[in-house]
Design a protein around this ligand. Structure first.
Ligand code: ATP
Ligand code: MG
Length: 414
């Protein structure tokens, strides 16, 4: 059994690490609720078609990263690689397109078959927000501001930069696509095999490539700005002006494209240089075509997702739980009384550590090991008087306290 290891790219979150993850997701949920984004949970696996078409056959996610299998009933299912498609599916399945706009927050595990490295895992976790039914630049500004406020509440905003781009409207993307195909066709010989395949089907995705050769070709690729329609340019200007009004600093990154096919208009990422190669902590964009693509009514949407592991690495260690009270029976007769007292104190809201065996010396060592704030010592004599001895473990002072007054006496140690 000693040889059993976790699956490559998965991790155990032991208490200290789990506390970091919790701090990220709870802080995010709190801030999201202030913005009116309510938490939802969708299934961790869906029919494969929920992800395959919306995310796009030419994307890394669908072409090589999904955990897809046939279940025992013969259904093709996939462990979710991202939130948006599942949430949009849930909106359609539950008939919620009648109640727009919808503002949702979610957090939980994601699965992608990637090459594991620092900040990149096969099971990882995301926080996610989606604003569905608003096709106005104010919506873009709101979700970006929400992201900035969450990063700020986590104390990491100062360590990130906001990069912003527009993918324009359909007409802009069509014109740009042609320009890209013309450019890449000339540089065909320098492109990776993956990118050659994307050239016909989704040339925009080549801009997103991590291949070094592709990156060199991308350095001189035409930029989107020249191909934007006046409407798309106006939309982008309005988003930028809204961010300026809120004092949210940003930089236009002309080659920023999202990895997924259904994005249009605003694309954005909060990036940091503090995490090495995996520098994107939060990324998102507008996906006005997605709902219709998935069989729902034509409905605009925008959202983002952030990697909890990457954020957890950036935050200061969150405080642990409050120091417990150690309840220590002295002698056999006090055992039952200690069990009862521990339960009473717990029900009164105290964290209580109760060692299971050993003499007083051993139990005191345990109290120190769990960093108890105070010890309640229960001896036969004290019990006969309906009392216990309370010892302040920081100062060493102690006094006898009637059991009825114990909770009040311990209150300062909570
Ligand atoms: P990358 O370019 O790093 O692969 P991506 O474009 O695939 O990112 P998204 O699909 O936009 O990422 O996911 C949003 C966020 O989720 C990322 O910015 C990142 O913080 C996090 N993330 C994505 N994939 C992983 C992973 N395999 N392990 C850990 N975090 C991840
Ligand atoms: Mg990726």
């Amino acid at each position: 059994m000693s040889a059993l290891q976790p699956v490559r790219g998965t991790q155990d979150l032991l208490p200290e690490e789990q506390r970091r993850h919790r701090a990220v997701s709870e802080t995010a949920r709190l801030i999201a609720e202030r913005y009116g984004y309510h938490e939802v949970a969708t299934p961790i696996f869906e029919f494969t078609e929920v992800f395959a078409r919306p995310i796009g056959e030419t994307t890394d996610i669908v072409s090589k990263e999904m955990y897809t299998f046939t279940d025992r009933g013969g259904d093709e299912v996939t462990l979710r690689p991202e939130y948006t498609a599942g949430i949009v599916r849930a909106i359609i399945s539950n008939g919620l397109t009648q109640s727009l706009p919808l503002k949702f927050f979610a957090s939980g595990p994601m699965f992608r078959y990637e090459r594991p490295q620092k900040g990149r895992y096969r099971q990882f976790h995301q926080i996610d927000v989606e604003l569905i039914g608003i096709g106005d630049p104010q919506g873009d500004v709101e979700v970006i501001a929400l992201g900035a406020d969450i990063l700020d509440a986590l104390g990491v905003l100062k360590r990130t930069e906001l990069e912003l781009n527009t993918l324009g409207d359909t007409a802009s993307r069509h014109a740009y696509r042609e320009a890209l195909v013309a450019y890449y066709s000339v540089h065909r010989h320098a492109l990776s095999e993956d990118s050659l395949r994307r050239l016909d089907r989704n040339p925009l995705r080549i801009l997103d490539s991590k291949d070094e050769g592709d990156k060199r070709v991308n350095a001189n690729a035409p930029s989107f700005a020249q191909y934007l329609t006046p409407e798309a340019q106006g939309y982008f200007d309005a988003v930028r002006a809204g961010l300026d009004d809120l004092g949210i600093a940003h930089r236009v990154a002309p080659r920023l494209v999202r990895g997924l096919d259904y994005y249009c208009h605003t694309a954005f990422e909060f990036v940091t240089t503090d995490l090495g190669a995996q520098g994107t902590v939060l990324g998102g964009g507008r996906y006005d075509g997605l709902m219709a693509l998935m069989g729902g009514p034509d409905t605009p949407g925008i959202g983002w997702a952030a990697g909890i592991e990457r954020l957890a690495m950036l935050i200061d260690a969150p405080p642990g739980p409050p120091r417990p009270i150690a309840v220590i029976p002295i002698g056999d007769a006090a055992q039952t009384a200690a069990l009862k007292l521990a339960r009473e104190l717990r029900r009164a809201g105290f964290g209580v550590d109760l060692g299971y065996s050993g003499n007083v010396g051993r139990r005191m060592r345990r109290a120190n090991k769990v960093n108890a704030r105070a010890a309640v010592l229960l001896g036969d004599d004290e019990l006969a008087r309906n009392a216990a001895t309370v010892r302040d473990l920081d100062t060493g002072t102690q006094s006898e306290v009637p059991l009825a007054e114990l909770a009040a006496r311990l209150a300062p140690f909570r």
